[in-house]
Every structure is written in structure tokens, then in C-alpha cells.
Design a protein around this ligand. Structure first.
Ligand code: SAH
Ligand code: SF4
Ligand code: F3S
Length: 449
């Protein structure tokens, strides 16, 4: 007989879109009686929500899935979901005999039913794309209690030559503006004040009637919502309308994560990023002109096929020209099935050269972030307190321009706002001291008589 209390454990890899999908999966399973647990040991259902973006991301998951066999009890099932599931499909079932479920990102609606089939001993794969699927009626079970992820767009139509995402997540589609606004209102009612809009090229959002500018303005009118962020935008989709909406919506935070990938126009062309070095820098200038004090972070790939020393120097010089606050840096990883596999093999950059460029890029970014952060000392920031910091004593907060700040305050402050002066920096994160909030401007008193 089945125990009354059925439990599910989900382990999540990859980007915020995957985190958000895990929240949707937990929500739909909670609705049919599953309880989420935070250890795989003995859970009835163990799901690994995977990422396929780079080879090493996949290797990690493969190792972990092997390990999870030890957490299984009789009757437990292990399922692989997300981008690796989509990419490899039934190949996973052949390679891992203890896995009985393989479900791609558009297949989570059938999760309870697929789990039931696996529990009856079947081994199932569900990897069809569904261009209508937004899980609109799902109630996500959110992990974070302070900020909420809102997926507004799924899939990607860009097809950058290095990237597996268009093949693991299918074509681009956006949710209806009204549905997103309704979700944001619910998030405020649940006590959260920050939302992060998610999409692979989130600023190309369109529901057929409304664009991303409309979406930002509509969310800007949601009472009680204090901060709006979004990730990741594509440089080409920053229309004047979108930039104006950002600048004119007070709750849109002064931070943009703007993936550059390379500072060399020749490399960008082979990557099919659809912009040049100059065009990227021009977008940065337009954003900064509209939003003074804007924090800018980016993603950069080194060692893309054909990247020469001179191309790489252009990436370094573009980084310096922008003055990024931070960057995620990656060594190119060839993904099966992507257009990059068709580039002439002689264009491959030797591993030691890639490593050397990578080390130099990381050092450049670190130096740049440090200089920028030192220059901010003494300034004030409003923090949303996100959690108790790792040391267990200080609290960790986030400024509107995306700086991480540690501050001494009572744990009850988590989820609330605190004004601080930036008093110290490690080069990457800050310490801050609480200060009195900036006085709101006084309303003039109506004159008597
Ligand atoms: N949609 C987002 C990026 C999603 S993937 C965008 O367009 O910006 C996150 C980052 O992983 C990318 O920005 C890129 O820098 C990196 N990446 C993607 N594919 C990669 C590959 N094959 N090798 C190395 N890095 C890769
Ligand atoms: Fe990948 Fe390019 Fe789409 Fe981003 S825009 S998900 S990098 S194909
Ligand atoms: Fe990875 Fe899929 Fe996100 S490949 S980065 S989990 S969209």
C-alpha cells in the first residue's frame, strides 16, 4: 500500500528559468498531494531539473544522477527534466537504468500522470514542444520568500551559433500581459515586493498586442510592487520605447544584465549575435543616458572557433570601454546539434590558449569591478534584505543597482528595506552601515483661508 504522505525532491541546475520551472513543478505536484522535501533520501519522487548549456554542466548532472541511486528506496522513482532531458530524450533511459522519467521543459503539465505511469513500472519520455504552454493555471511553489521569478517568455528564436537553448526550449512565445500583471499582484498579496521577469531574450516580449515597454509600464502600476528586474535582455531588442519605459517606471531597477559574448565584430558575426561591437557599445550608451547610475553586468564567451588574439584583445578593450560591474565568463563548449559544429574544425582554439584568455579575462573583470566598487564607497543605497548571510550573523541585501551588501541588523529585517551607506568592499561585495532613510519630499500644506 502507498503511504499517505508522498514526497518529492527536486534538484535544480542551470538558469533562473529552470528554477522557475522547478517552482511550477512543485506547485503542480503539491496540488495533487505531494509534499516537497529537502533531501532526496527516501523521497518517493526524485527529480533532477537539468541544464545543457555547456558540456561540464551536463557532466556534473550525470555524476549526480548516478549518486542519487543511493537515495532511492523501493518504489522511489528518479526523473530527469529540463534541458538535458529535452536534448537527450530516451538516450538517458538507455544510459541510466534507475531513471524512469525523461521530461522536457514543455511537458510538465502531464507530470502527475507521467509519475503515476513510472510508479506502475513504465519508463517514459515526454519531449514534445508545446507552443501554447505557459503553465498559466499552475500555482508555483516559490523557493524564495523575498523576490519572485515570473517567466514572461519561453523559448528562443535567435539561434546564436554556439547555443543549445533554441533546441532545448523551442521557439519563442510570450504570456499575455494581463496574466503577468495578475501574477505580479498575487506576488504582492503574498508579501513580496520584487519581481524578476524571465525570458531568454526577455525584452523581445510580445503578446501580439503589447511589447516589453507596455509590460514594464503595466507592472509599474501594480500597487505595492517596489522593484522590477528582468533577465536576460538581448541588445537588439532595446528599442527606444523599452528604454523610455525603463527610465519612466520608478520601480524598474537601475541594473541591466546585457550579455555581450564578445567584443570583436568578427567573432560576434560567427556567433550570429546580430550586432557589432559598435552597436553593443551604442546600446550601453543609450541605456546609461536614460538611467544614470545604471549597473551593468554581462556574459562573455572566450575561445569561440576562429577567435584570434586580436579578437580577444577587442573583448578586453570592450570590457574596459563599458566598465562592467561584473561578468559571467565562460569557455566555449561545443554543443552537439548547434550551428557551431559546422564551422571548419581548423578554427578551433587550442585548450591552453582558451585557458590563458579566460584567466586574463577574469583578472580584467575582477580589476574593473574592484575599481568601480571602491569608487562607490561612501554612497548610499536602498537595500532589499534577502537573507541571513553565510556567516550566520550579518544580513545580505541587494541594492537597486545589483550590489550585494552585508549589514548588521536584526534577522526580522529580512524581506524589508534598509538604507545604508557603503562603508567597505572586498572588491566584489560590500559592507554597509544603516542610515536614516532619505526624507520623502514634504507635501506642501494647503493654505488655510
Ligand atoms: N539567453 C541568454 C543566455 C542564455 S545562456 C542570452 O542570450 O543572453 C547563458 C550564457 O551561457 C550565455 O549568455 C553565454 O555566455 C553562455 N553560453 C551559452 N552557450 C554556450 C556555449 N556553448 N559555450 C560556452 N558558453 C555558452
Ligand atoms: Fe542562446 Fe542566443 Fe537565444 Fe540567448 S539569444 S538563448 S544565447 S540562442
Ligand atoms: Fe541551461 Fe536550459 Fe537554462 S540549457 S541555461 S537550463 S535554458
Amino acid at each position: 500500500m502507498l503511504a499517505d504522505r508522498r514526497t518529492v525532491f527536486i534538484e535544480t541546475y542551470g538558469c533562473q528559468m529552470n528554477v522557475s520551472d522547478s517552482e511550477l513543478m512543485l506547485g503542480t505536484l503539491a496540488a495533487v498531494g505531494y509534499e516537497a522535501v529537502d533531501s532526496p533520501d527516501g523521497a518517493d519522487v526524485i527529480l533532477v531539473n537539468t541544464c545543457a548549456i555547456r558540456e561540464n554542466a551536463e557532466q556534473r548532472v550525470i555524476g549526480r544522477v548516478g549518486e542519487l541511486k543511493r537515495s532511492m528506496k523501493p518504489g522511489s522513482i528518479v526523473g530527469i527534466t529540463g534541458c538535458m532531458a529535452q536534448r537527450l530524450g530516451p538516450r538517458i533511459l538507455d544510459q541510466a537504468r534507475h531513471v524512469s522519467l525523461v521530461i522536457g521543459p514543455d511537458g510538465y503539465r502531464a507530470l502527475p500522470e507521467l509519475i503515476a505511469r513510472a510508479q506502475r513500472g513504465q519508463r517514459v519520455t515526454a519531449t514534445d514542444f508545446d507552443l501554447e504552454e505557459h503553465y498559466e493555471d499552475f500555482q508555483p511553489r516559490r523557493f524564495d520568500k523575498v523576490k519572485a521569478w515570473i517567466p514572461v517568455q519561453r523559448g528562443c528564436d535567435y539561434k546564436c551559433t554556439y547555443c543549445i537553448v533554441p533546441y532545448t526550449r523551442g521557439p519563442e512565445r510570450s504570456r499575455q500581459l494581463d496574466d503577468v500583471v495578475r501574477e505580479a499582484r498575487g506576488i504582492v498579496e503574498a508579501g513580496m515586493t520584487e519581481v524578476v521577469l524571465l525570458g531568454q531574450t526577455v525584452n523581445s516580449y510580445t503578446d501580439g498586442t503589447h511589447d516589453f515597454a507596455d509590460l514594464l509600464r503595466a507592472l509599474g502600476r501594480v500597487d505595492g510592487l517596489r522593484r522590477i528586474r528582468f533577465t536576460s535582455p538581448h541588445p537588439n531588442d532595446f528599442t527606444d520605447r523599452v528604454i523610455a519605459a525603463m527610465a519612466e517606471t520608478p520601480t524598474v531597477c537601475e541594473h541591466v544584465h546585457l550579455p555581450m559574448q564578445s567584443g570583436s565584430s568578427a567573432t560576434l558575426k560567427r556567433m550570429l549575435r546580430r550586432y557589432s561591437r559598435e552597436a553593443y557599445l551604442a546600446v550601453v550608451n543609450r541605456l546609461r543616458a536614460a538611467m544614470p547610475g545604471l549597473g551593468l553586468t554581462t556574459d562573455i564567451i572566450v575561445g569561440f572557433p576562429g577567435e584570434t588574439d586580436a579578437d580577444f584583445e577587442e573583448t578586453l578593450s570592450a570590457c574596459r570601454a563599458v566598465g562592467f560591474d561584473d561578468a559571467f565568463t565562460f569557455q566555449f563548449s561545443m554543443r552537439e546539434g548547434t550551428p557551431a559544429t559546422r564551422l571548419p574544425p581548423e578554427l578551433a582554439v587550442p585548450a591552453d590558449v582558451v585557458q590563458d584568455r579566460y584567466d586574463r579575462l577574469v583578472a580584467t573583470i575582477r580589476g574593473m569591478a574592484r575599481a568601480k566598487n571602491l569608487s562607490l564607497l561612501g554612497q548610499r543605497r536602498e537595500l532589499l534584505i534577502e537573507k541571513v548571510a553565510r556567516d550566520g550573523e550579518l544580513l545580505q541585501g541587494r541594492s537597486r543597482d545589483f550590489k550585494t551588501v552585508l549589514v548588521a541588523a536584526d534577522a526580522a529585517a529580512v524581506g524589508g528595506y534598509l538604507d545604508v551607506e557603503l562603508t567597505g568592499t572586498t572588491g566584489s561585495t560590500f559592507t554597509g552601515t544603516p542610515v536614516a532613510p532619505a526624507r520623502p519630499e514634504r507635501q506642501p500644506l494647503p493654505l488655510a483661508g
